[in-house]
Design a protein around this ligand. Structure first.
Ligand code: SF4
Ligand code: SF4
Length: 505
């Protein structure tokens, strides 16, 4: 028996993009063998950097903690297989798009020996919600849809709001990417188990799994599991196949008809959104005791011989994974981490797979946007903007560094989807400029916050010094008054002490 499904409304703006997914979805997920070497960036999440807790030469086991987070926003990193740490050094990484970042390099011993955990697999319903959140934090789990926001912190933030809906995001609207589709087909049970864990952690009873209507196999698999377990708190919702219906705010609007306010979060309207891959990772950790050490990713494009979805250990370098997809074709020209709309080119395939890597696109096309022409005020960019912004106006303000108007016209709500660029007949690269302008505004805000903190510290110190001086003056005045009563020798003694105090100061 399959669970009921519902068709919903449509997204404002957006685009119907060509899928290019048939080749990678025509075969099951392939397991990538443990490579001879794993390269683990110590920071694979949004937030404070993690710190290595292993040294060079140390033997590590599969699932062992190798970098821990000491900040309020962060996620630990675990060894994906057993072996020896041979280096902690800078390495090119995809998350920073070509720049080097500190990585722990493990020479694998081929034994894949796992760390012995003290805890046996937990029956999560016996755990208090707070304990469950602490355990999720320890598993190194982050948002696998690409945002890599630490999941535990997102849940903790959500618990401070009145959350009543959990939304599982199975919407994979960008061309070429199909890892979540395959995951829903093959691991529907784990995804739904993860949803039940999250509902227990959040103490809520409504969960919608949003899947695009062009993924009938995924919908069928999820429906079969729901039919078997008879958990009527969880319902599948079909959404239209329009890019970018998988954006968090857009999904909330589509599925619940609630509008996330400008500058706000889905939790402001009672919703928590989690990617289906993240939910399966929560199951793997809480039920099977395996932290986030592998993920499913799509290797695709006309630059590889056999597009496919693979499950690979985090830290496997891309050249090893591309081999599994039959290697490069003669036409391969460009390597993109992510999809064609939001992904970024990298110049080497020695970058490691990280928690954020949902797709590796090998394209036969080189980036050739052509020269940008003047805006002809056609309005197409505004018509497709899913956030209902005025991209041409924002572009004008971005070029002029006009921070006030950029804020006023909602730049910080831009989700960098790239729809405006794609339809612009003048080939104006607006999204890249929006990304830079947003970064600049955030930096300015950080600088202002730092300056405000420094001013507060300075004022607090000045107040303290003034207070201490006033106390000393008062004490001296009191002593003087006593000495005047006592006679000239006592006055001489007080003056001597005053001079000594000045020397100390
Ligand atoms: S990139 Fe930003 S401005 Fe352009 S369409 Fe997307 S949300 Fe709108
Ligand atoms: S789509 Fe391009 S040409 Fe048309 S209004 Fe927008 S920026 Fe101008």
């Amino acid at each position: 028996m399959s669970a009921p499904t519902y068709d919903l409304g449509t997204l404002h703006g957006g685009l119907r993009l060509p899928g290019h997914k048939t080749a990678s979805t025509s075969k099951p997920i392939i397991e990538v063998p443990v490579p001879s070497q794993l390269v683990l960036p110590i920071t694979q999440h949004v937030g404070d950097p993690s710190q290595p807790v292993v040294g060079i030469g140390e033997r590590v086991l599969k699932g062992q903690l190798i970098a821990e987070t000491d900040g309020t926003l962060g996620a630990p990193v675990h060894a994906p297989s057993s072996g020896k740490v041979i280096a902690i050094e800078p390495w090119p990484v995809s998350r920073r798009y070509g720049k080097n970042a500190p990585c722990i390099v493990i020479e694998c011993d081929g034994k894949d020996e796992a760390v012995q955990r003290v805890e046996s697999p937990a029956n999560f319903t016996t755990l208090a919600a707070e304990d469950l959140l602490t355990r999720i934090l320890q598993g190194g789990i982050v948002g696998l849809g690409g945002a890599v926001f630490p999941t535990a912190q997102k849940l903790m933030q959500a618990r401070t709001c009145k959350i009543d809906h959990l939304l599982l995001n199975g919407v994979e609207c960008e061309s070429y990417i199909s890892c979540d589709d395959l995951l829903m087909r093959e691991r529907a049970g784990e995804i739904i188990s993860g949803a039940q864990i999250l509902m227990h952690a959040l103490q809520i009873n409504v969960c919608f799994i949003a899947v695009e209507s062009d993924k009938p196999d995924a919908i069928r698999s999820l429906g079969l599991v729901l039919g078997e377990i008879s958990d009527d708190r969880i319902v599948i919702k079909q959404v239209p196949t329009i890019y970018p219906s998988g954006g968090e705010d857009q999904l909330v609007q589509l599925v619940t008809n609630r509008e996330v306010p400008s500058g706000g979060l889905p939790s402001d309207v009672g919703c928590l959104v989690q990617n289906v891959g993240t939910t399966a990772a929560i199951h793997d950790w809480i039920v099977d005791n395996e932290p986030l050490i592998s993920r499913v990713t799509t290797i695709t494009g006309d630059g590889v011989a056999s597009p496919v979805n693979v499950r690979a250990r985090i830290g496997t370098v891309l050249s090893d994974i591309i081999e599994i997809a039959g290697g490069y074709t003669d036409s391969a020209k460009q390597l993109i981490i992510g999809g064609p709309m939001t992904g970024k080119s990298v110049t080497t395939d020695r970058v490691p797979l990280v928690k954020a890597t949902n797709c590796v696109l090998v394209s036969s096309e080189t980036p050739s946007p052509g020269p940008a022409l003047p805006c002809i005020r056609c309005g197409d960019c505004a018509a497709v903007c899913p956030v209902q912004l005025l991209p041409q106006q924002l572009y004008w303000y971005a070029c002029a560094d006009d921070e006030e108007n950029l804020r006023e016209f909602g730049l910080m709500d831009c989700i960098e989807c790239g729809c405006c660029d794609l339809v612009c007949p003048s080939h104006i690269p607006m999204t890249a400029d929006f990304r830079v302008a947003k970064g600049r505004i955030r930096e300015l805000a950080d600088e202002k916050a730092r300056a405000a903190r420094a001013r507060q510290r300075f004022e607090a110190r000045s107040d303290r010094l003034q207070r201490e001086q006033a106390e000393r003056d008062l004490e001296l005045a009191q002593q003087k008054a006593i000495a005047q009563k006592a006679g000239p020798s006592a006055i001489a003694e007080i003056l001597k002490r005053k001079l000594e105090n000045k020397d100390d100061e």
